[in-house]
Design a binder for this molecule. Structure first.
Ligand code: BG6
Length: 491
């Protein structure tokens, strides 16, 4: 048999993330011919199960078509599973022996995906480095999933620990939002279009809002979620990453380090969030709803402690203290158990100056003001970019003004183009050694610094927690705060 060139290890192979995302992604990449030919996959976890059980559980998410059966069988044969503890030296030695035995190649490149709870991170990363490094010239790459710590201090501690065992080039901190098509498109939209780059600043922009909504509750993940809450789960990472790309200065090139340098510089200009700029909430069951899931509040989740005050909704308003953005509110809003699943970025422009149209009919605006232009990038679902503009209502006499959209909906414009899943792109990036879409340790540190004081207040229950019913559009207090800072909501 030919020598193996790469070994991909899945730590936490029996877990939720492995089943839902990692195994399916590896299968799709294999099926589509993106992976190196001489690869092997080794799962590792504590459960006494077999690789067959793992595939049984993952089957639902892998979506194997009938005509793919043969290829899938080949993929399955490249997989194996190893039982072990996360803190026992000899288990890691055994894993290393297994890897060498299976691959017949001690210098095969090794990729480790850590889909693990945070409490085992330190021991696992240390023991991998100690016992499972390949012989040169083989390289090692470690893919770490969030949470990277719980706050600034624990995150710094973890970073320090990792830097003792690995050089930064070996560490890939995954934030799967960076693998989404529309998030990757922000850089192109901003810097390849002169028409936009000229207005991308405080002179033209009134407010920016980045929104994450989900129409599901904790769905059995309450045990994990309750220790973190929505700010750590979504805002500190996904939304802050989007913000840094939306607001950064133009990088020198598309190289990973140039882009990451600019993201960090931007984050450094943001002061920690102030308590008065925060709204938090927790969902309660809607007893009148016909949907059984909606009848369940956060506290009804059996894995959530009865008296939990963990927020499932939060809005933070940030200021970026630099030449380009001073005074423009950046609103980060995220919530679970709302009316829809959606993620979008809205750039709201300033009012058109002058009173020229004041006498004209504007049916859509109760305040009798022209609607503001707004550029919307919809990250999901149905990727789209649209620009809301005022136009003369066609066919009417005189100036009846209404809002319309210049609309680039991907499903229409790029019919038949398959957009790969975020994990597919990111795992492939790791094989290629591309760091553009991974979070550097200094970025991580800055992102924690910004939310840290608020997390402390939330944990100490010092901020009012607003209850909201499962399935609502949002929390009125959050909309009011956004409006006070100058974001005019128009639906
Ligand atoms: C994860 C969060 O990072 O992102 C989850 O931990 C959340 O709570 C998920 O549901 C959302 O990801 P996506 O790709 O479905 O928007």
């Amino acid at each position: 048999t030919p020598l193996t060139s790469h070994i991909f290890f899945i730590f936490g192979a029996s877990g939720d993330l492995a089943k839902k995302k990692i195994y399916p992604t590896l299968w799709w990449l294999y099926r589509d011919g993106f992976l190196p030919e001489r690869i092997r996959f080794i799962g590792y976890a504590r459960s006494q199960i077999t690789i067959a059980t793992i595939f049984e559980h993952a089957a639902k998410y892998m979506k194997v078509e009938n005509h793919e059966r043969e290829t899938f069988q080949k993929f399955v044969e490249l997989n194996s599973y190893c039982v072990g503890h996360y803190d026992v030296e000899k288990d890691f030695q055994h894993l290393n022996d297994e890897a060498n035995r299976l691959s017949k190649q001690e210098s095969a490149h090794r990729l480790f995906y850590l889909a693990l709870p945070p409490n085992v991170y330190e021991s696992v990363t240390e023991l991998i480095s100690k016992h499972c490094r390949p012989k040169p010239p083989g390289w090692i790459r470690l893919i770490v999933e969030k949470p990277f710590g719980k706050d600034l201090q624990s995150s710094n501690k973890l970073s320090e620990h990792l830097s003792k065992c690995y050089v930064e080039e070996e560490i890939y901190r995954i934030d799967h939002y960076l693998g989404k098509e529309m998030v990757q498109n922000i850089i192109v939209l901003r810097f390849a279009n002169h028409i936009l780059s000229r207005v991308w600043n405080r002179d033209s922009i009134a407010a920016v809002i980045i929104i994450f909504k989900e129409d599901i509750g904790t769905q059995g993940r309450g045990g994990y979620f309750d220790q973190f809450g929505i700010i750590r789960d979504v805002i500190q990472n996904h939304l802050m990453q989007i913000l840094s790309i939306v607001a950064m200065e133009k990088p020198r090139s598309t190289k990973g380090e140039d882009i990451r340098d600019e993201k960090v510089k931007l984050l450094r200009c943001i002061s920690p969030v102030k308590p008065e700029d925060v709204v938090i909430g927790q969902y309660i069951g809607d007893k009148d709803s016909g949907d059984v899931e909606h009848q369940q509040g956060y506290l009804d989740d059996k894995t959530v402690p009865d008296n939990s005050t963990t927020p499932t909704y939060a809005q933070l308003i940030l200021n970026i203290n630099n030449e380009r953005w001073a005074g423009v509110p950046f609103i980060l809003r995220a919530g679970k158990a709302l009316n829809e699943k959606k993620a979008e970025i809205r750039i709201q422009f300033r009012d058109a100056p002058g009173a020229m149209f004041d006498e004209d009919i504007r049916e859509n605006d109760p305040n009798g003001r022209l609607a503001r232009d707004e550029l919307v990038m919809r990250v999901q679902p149905n990727e789209a970019i649209y620009l809301k503009l005022n136009t003369k209502r066609p066919g009417e006499m005189g100036f009846i003004i209404e809002e319309t959209e210049l609309d680039l909906t991907y499903g229409d414009r790029y019919q038949g183009v398959k957009l790969p899943d975020a994990y597919e792109r990111l795992i492939l990036d790791v094989f290629m050694g591309s760091k553009i879409n991974f979070v550097r340790s200094d970025e991580l540190q800055e992102a924690w610094r910004i939310v840290d004081p608020i997390l402390e207040l939330v944990d100490q229950k010092k901020l009012p927690l607003i209850p909201y019913k499962f399935g609502v559009f949002g929390i009125p207090e959050a909309f009011e705060a956004a409006a006070k800072h100058g974001y005019i909501f128009r639906g």
